[in-house]
Design a binder for this molecule. Structure first.
Ligand code: GLC
Length: 705
């Protein structure tokens, strides 16, 4: 530090993009001279052993002080082996799986010279109009918190100096998932209470898990997150004790001018640095604005030094001072077939069977002719979703390829419904097929960043196609590829068998075929509530009660004249081929001798036993959700608060028990003054296979003073 000139100090705070893809509005340039002059401290979007090693050699060998770069990239759900989009993987409700796929991604990214990933994206999202729901954990703060911790563990391993580990960046701090009208980059306006109950907990989990970096969101009401002192400096660094690096989002520091809170680059730079932003990603603010801000007394050299120290400390933790190309040399990416199998397993576990009326699935082995129809039937690149990282977009397995591999004796062919198209006489068509697989949904470009949709339904033309297939009278299985719940009540009212297939990654086709043929059970459960209409948004399981809860019998209640208030499918919904049921729930004393509500004292934990049994003829697994309801408190509590979830596998006829332990702090909530508090009184422990109120087993317990 003492040897560093001001320009070199500021250089450590500058990150620019090198190579493609550029993920923001500012065009890229050649960073080589900036690296050589020590005016750039890190790069994004450059990967590959040779390319990163060559750039590092310039930084270390040709710059005056030889400070190594670090390389960042959006390894969001896989690097070369692409896994399901996070919203899909969330449907597995399996932290071990979430950690394992992040670990594989880290190993592949590190082998390509990546030191830091801009992931996990842990923005709770309850608005399917927002395209970035695809990248995140869904609607629930607990699921987001568990996924945050699992992904940080997976990416970072036990040491950042491990050449197979990459630094994790928890993003986008905070509440990016609640933009006005579901429109990306739009303002976010919500209460301090909702921030503390819903949007901050996942970041607390990520920081507690050791996340090396955090990326602020673009937006929040009035004070853009990149300049938000109360949340960045006072809560994140102060209250939570985060000591890592804050890296801005792409050009976000420069955009403080566009937000209207900075008159020029010097003011923008000063606002961001004062809030604690260490690295300015792809904006000219720090490089051009900080020297002037210093001259104008808007910042001090101590402010700059503090940021530089945190960036250098990260590089030290990454082991880059000892061995600047340690990751490029490690090349520890495991066995390709093992990675493919992990991708296939993750994809299988992401699929949600929404409807299976009449038990069309699993397909019989003897099935002869399958007609595969629709825009996603042979889609390949789209299977990788909106953040494909370094994934080869020419190699994903299509739906047709997966079906052919799984059913080698069947005739499986794409079929057009274009009456003028020359039909292949040998191919099954809509009249002769034993089954039609109708592949509908979004393309990857309709999902992810800058992909908000005001009407997130099936794209144009797909309804006509669906009607044509329906008119054939053949049995139909509908596959929905998407980065969000697609609002299409007509589809769910008409078709008996529908699966949510998200964007499943490289092994999409094989995973889909595994489930359609019953080789694997459908075990995914919805991590988001599926709306019936856009007008219901935001809709989620954790809504607060109204003083006039919707009632079909009373007009003066919280309901619509034209649409039911019930979702299309509730949080946690998903069908399976196995028939595993909840046989009973015991709370507190296992013998149920209390005779009244189980009573416990502040500070006590509460044990819950859930007994399940497999009543069908095939093995499988079930996911059980444990919600808490606090009917009376000093602040109105959500109708359901998810406090735990777990999965259990059972063979046919088997019985099993899932044990949950609710620690005392599970009963705490932000009181009227927003400080955490626990209040004596009755609670309901609600156990079920989804948030469907009719499917919950409710047990009253009493917390005494
Ligand atoms: C994008 C995204 C952010 C990403 C960054 C770098 O604008 O908002 O999630 O990590 O730029 O690509």
């Amino acid at each position: 530090m003492s040897e560093m000139r001001l320009a070199e100090k500021i250089g450590q705070l500058v990150m620019v993009t090198a190579g493609t893809p550029v993920t923001g509005p500012v065009a890229a340039g050649d960073p080589t001279s900036g690296v050589r002059d020590g005016r750039i401290g890190s790069l994004l979007n450059l990967w590959g052993t040779e390319a990163t090693a060559a750039m590092q050699a310039i930084a270390v060998g040709e710059s005056r002080l030889g400070i190594p770069l670090f390389f960042g990239f959006d390894v969001v759900h896989g690097h070369r082996t692409v896994f399901p989009i996070p919203l899909g993987e969330a449907a597995a409700f399996d932290p071990d799986l979430w950690e394992a796929t992040a670990r594989t991604a880290a190993e592949e990214a590190a082998a390509d010279g990546i030191d830091l990933t801009f992931a996990p994206m842990i923005d709770v999202a309850r608005d399917p109009r927002w395209g970035r729901m695809a990248e995140g954990p869904g609607e629930d703060p607990l699921v987001a918190s568990r996924m945050a911790a699992a992904k940080v563990r997976g990416f970072q391993g036990t040491s950042l100096a491990d050449p197979r580990s990459v630094a994790a960046t928890a993003k986008h701090f905070v509440a990016y998932g609640a933009p006005a009208a579901g429109r990306d980059y739009a303002t976010v306006d919500l209460s301090e209470r909702t921030l503390r109950e819903v949007y901050l907990p996942p970041f607390a989990a990520a920081v507690r898990a050791g996340a090396a970096a955090v990326m602020p969101a673009f937006n929040i009401a009035g004070v853009p997150m990149t300049a938000h002192v109360p949340l960045l400096r006072d809560w994140l660094r102060g209250e939570l004790g985060f000591e890592g690096v804050l890296v801005s989002d792409y050009n976000a520091v420069g955009e403080l001018r566009t937000h209207g809170v900075a008159a020029d680059l010097a003011e923008a730079a000063a606002l961001a640095l004062t809030a604690g932003i260490d690295i300015d990603m792809m904006s000219p603010a720090y490089e051009q604005g900080l020297p002037e801000a210093l001259d104008r007394g808007l910042v001090t050299l101590a402010d700059i030094d503090a940021a530089v120290r945190r960036v250098l400390a990260l590089k030290e933790r990454l082991g880059l001072f000892d061995a600047p190309t340690r990751r490029q040399q490690a090349r520890g990416t495991g066995v390709p077939s093992a990675r493919r199998e992990r991708a296939r397993e993750a994809a299988r576990r992401s699929i949600v069977l929404l409807k299976n009326d009449g038990g069309i699935l699993p397909l019989p082995r003897t099935i002869g002719r399958i007609a595969v129809v629709g825009p996603l039937a042979e889609a390949r690149a789209d299977m990788l979703g909106p953040w494909w990282g370094a994934g080869d977009r020419t190699t994903p397995v299509t739906v047709i390829e997966g079906l052919r591999a799984a059913l080698p004796d069947a005739v499986i062919a794409p079929v057009t419904t274009d009456p003028d198209a020359a039909a292949d006489p040998t191919a099954p068509d809509l009249r002769t097929a034993d089954l039609v697989v109708l592949c509908l949904g979004e393309t990857a470009a309709m999902s992810g960043e800058a992909a908000s949709r005001a009407d997130p339904g099936l794209p144009d033309g797909q309804r006509a196609l669906a009607d044509a297939v329906l008119a054939s009278g053949r049995p139909v299985v509908v596959l929905l590829s998407s980065g969000r719940p697609l609002i299409a009540p007509w589809l769910f009212n008409t078709f008996p068998c529908v699966l949510a297939a998200w964007f499943l990654g490289h092994q999409a086709g094989h995973a889909i075929a595994d489930v359609l043929t019953g080789h694997a059970d459908a075990t995914g459960r919805l991590p988001v509530t599926w709306p019936r209409a856009v007008g219901q948004i935001p809709i989620h399981a954790g809504d607060r009660p109204s003083g006039r809860p919707a009632s079909p019998d009373d007009p003066y209640t919280s309901r619509y004249l034209d649409v039911s208030v019930a979702p299309q499918f509730p949080f946690g919904h998903g069908l399976s081929f196995a028939e595993i049921a909840i046989a009973g729930v015991e709370v507190g004393d296992p013998d149920g001798l209390a005779g009244g509500p189980y009573t416990f004292r502040a500070g006590d934990a509460v044990d819950i036993r859930v007994r399940l049994e497999n009543r069908g003829g095939r093995g499988g697994e079930e996911t059980v959700f444990l919600f808490l309801r606090d009917p009376v408190a000093s602040v109105a509590r959500p109708q359901l608060e998810l406090k735990d979830f777990a999965r259990i596998g059972l063979a046919p006829g088997d019985r099993g028990v899932l044990r949950f332990r609710l620690a005392a702090d599970a009963f705490a909530f932000p009181g009227p003054d927003l400080a955490p508090r626990t209040e004596p009184g009755d609670f309901e422990i609600c156990v079920g296979r989804s948030a469907d109120p009719d499917g919950l087993i409710r047990t009253r317990v009493r917390l005494t003073a």
